[in-house]
Design a protein around this ligand. Structure first.
Ligand SMILES: Cc1ncc(COP(=O)(O)O)c(C=O)c1O
Length: 401
C-alpha cells in the first residue's frame, strides 16, 4: 500500500474533513481540480452560450465540418481511456439514461424475456420492467448462488438463458454486493445461445481496468462520475457498431435517424460542462497514477472487509479477484434484517457519528458496503467499526427497555 494516499488527501477534495465518507460508490466525489476545470468551461460557455452550445460544443449547427465538436473530442479522449473508438461512444446523463436508451429501443415481442440477476441495480431492473410492460414480455430474475464465486455466478446466469431470452443485463461491478463479475466469459457463453448482453459498468471505469471492445458485449453503459472522478452527471454508452442503427436515446430530439452520435449528442438544451470536464478528470487520474489509485483503493477495500468481519464476528467470504474498490459483507444476524433497520443504522452512523456508508438488506440479512477512495484510510474503517458497535449497543438496549 502506497503511503501517498489517505485522509491527508482530503485537501484535494471538497468533502467535509471532519466526516468519514465511505460511500464514493453511491455518490462519487469530484476532486477540486476537476471542479475548477468545469468552472472554467462554464465561464467559457457563458461568455457566448449560443455560439458555444450550438456551434462548438455539440456541433449541431456547426458552420464548418472540418473540426470536431468539443463533445466529440471529449468522446475520443474518454473512449481511448476505455480502449474504444470515439465514434462508438456517446455521452448520457448517467447509467440509468444509457440503460433506458438500450432497453426502450429494443424490439421486444410477446413472450420474450430479459434476464437480470438479483444482484442487479434496482433502477436498471425497473427500466427493464418498464420497457417490456406494454409488449407482453417479461423480466426474469436469476438468484445468484452464495457464497459468491465468479464461475458459479456465470453458470447460474448463462444456464438460465432460454429460447425466449432476448437480452441479458449483467453488472461489471455489482452494486450493493460489490463483486467484479466475469462479463467477458458471460458474454461469450451467452453469445453461443444467441443472447446479446448489456453490461452495467456503473462502478467500473477508474475502479478496475476496462477495455470495452475486448469484452465482446453488445452495449456497455458506465458512469464516469463515480470512480473516474468526472463531475456529475457524466455517463457513457458504448454500442457495438452493428447495433448502432437500432438504438435511440431515451429522449428524442433533432438528431432522430441522423446516426448514432448525432442522435445522442443533441437531446435538447442541457449542461455539457460535466462531459467536457471529464477529460480533466482523466488527466488527473493519469497525473496521480490510475494504476496506483486502483491498487490503493483495492487494498484498502480488501483489508477493510477482513478487518470489519473480524471485529464484528461475521464473514467476508469473497475471492480477492472479485473485489475492486469496494467490499460488502453481511452484518451479524442479530443486528437486523429489514430495509427499515438498514436505513435506521445508516442514519445513526451519519447523524451521530459523521460516517456515511452504504447499507441494505439482502436475503434476510443487513449488508454493509465500504467504498475505498484515496482520501480514505484505515482510520475511517476503525472509526466505522467502533461506531457500528456503539449504534448496535444503543439499539439493543433501547429494544430491551
Ligand atoms: C450497478 C449500478 N447501476 C446503475 C447505477 C445508477 O447510476 P446512476 O444513478 O448514475 O444512473 C448504480 C448506482 O449506484 C449502480 O450501482
Amino acid at each position: 500500500v502506497t503511503t501517498t494516499f489517505g485522509r491527508h488527501r482530503l485537501a484535494d477534495w471538497p468533502l467535509d474533513p471532519t466526516g468519514a465518507y465511505l460511500n464514493h460508490g453511491t455518490v462519487g466525489v469530484t476532486p477540486l481540480r476537476v471542479m475548477e476545470a468545469q468552472r472554467q468551461i462554464r465561464d467559457e460557455i457563458e461568455r457566448h452560450p449560443s455560439r458555444f452550445l450550438l456551434r462548438e460544443a455539440a456541433g449541431r449547427f456547426a458552420t464548418s465540418t472540418s473540426s470536431k465538436s468539443r463533445l466529440r473530442q471529449a468522446a475520443d479522449r474518454v473512449a481511448a481511456f476505455l480502449g474504444a473508438r470515439g465514434e462508438d461512444l456517446v455521452f448520457v446523463d448517467n447509467v440509468t439514461a444509457g440503460a433506458n436508451a438500450v432497453l426502450r429501443s429494443f424490439p421486444f415481442e410477446p413472450g420474450d424475456e430479459i434476464l437480470v440477476s438479483d444482484l442487479g441495480y434496482g433502477g436498471v431492473t425497473r427500466a427493464a420492467m418498464f420497457a417490456v410492460r406494454t409488449r407482453g414480455a417479461v423480466v426474469r430474475t436469476v438468484e445468484v448462488p452464495w457464497p459468491f464465486g465468479a464461475e458459479r455466478i456465470a453458470d447460474a446466469l448463462v444456464e438460465a438463458a432460454g429460447p425466449r431470452t432476448r437480452l441479458a443485463i449483467v453488472d461489471h461491478v455489482s452494486s450493493g454486493s460489490a463483486l467484479v463479475l466475469p462479463v467477458a466469459s458471460i458474454a461469450e457463453r451467452l453469445k453461443e445461445r444467441g443472447v446479446p448482453l448489456l453490461v452495467d459498468g456503473a462502478h467500473a471505469p477508474g475502479a478496475i481496468p476496462v477495455d470495452i471492445p475486448s469484452l465482446g458485449v453488445d452495449w456497455y453503459v458506465a458512469n464516469l462520475h463515480k470512480w473516474a472522478w468526472a463531475p456529475r452527471s457524466t455517463g457513457i454508452l458504448w454500442t457495438r457498431p452493428e447495433r448502432q442503427a437500432d438504438i435511440h436515446p431515451a429522449v428524442i430530439s433533432w438528431g432522430l435517424d441522423e446516426g448514432y452520435t448525432a442522435e445522442f449528442d443533441w437531446v435538447g438544451t442541457r449542461d455539457l460542462t460535466p462531459y467536457l470536464a471529464s477529460t480533466a478528470a482523466l488527466d488527473l487520474l493519469d497525473e496521480w497514477g490510475g494504476a496506483a489509485v486502483r491498487e490503493y483503493n483495492h487494498s484498502l477495500a480488501w483489508r477493510a472487509g477482513h478487518y470489519l468481519a473480524e471485529r464484528w464476528g461475521t464473514t467476508f467470504d469473497v475471492p480477492e479477484a472479485m473485489i475492486g474498490t469496494m467490499a460488502a459483507l453481511p452484518l451479524p444476524e442479530a443486528w437486523g434484517r429489514t430495509a427499515e433497520e438498514a436505513r435506521a443504522v445508516r442514519d445513526s452512523l451519519l447523524f451521530d457519528h459523521g460516517i456515511e456508508v452504504q447499507m441494505h438488506d439482502w436475503r434476510g440479512r443487513l449488508w454493509i458496503r465500504v467504498a475505498a477512495q484515496i482520501y480514505n484510510d484505515m482510520d475511517d474503517i476503525e472509526r466505522l467499526a467502533a461506531a457500528m458497535q456503539a449504534v448496535q449497543r444503543r439499539t439493543m438496549s433501547a429494544s430491551r427497555s
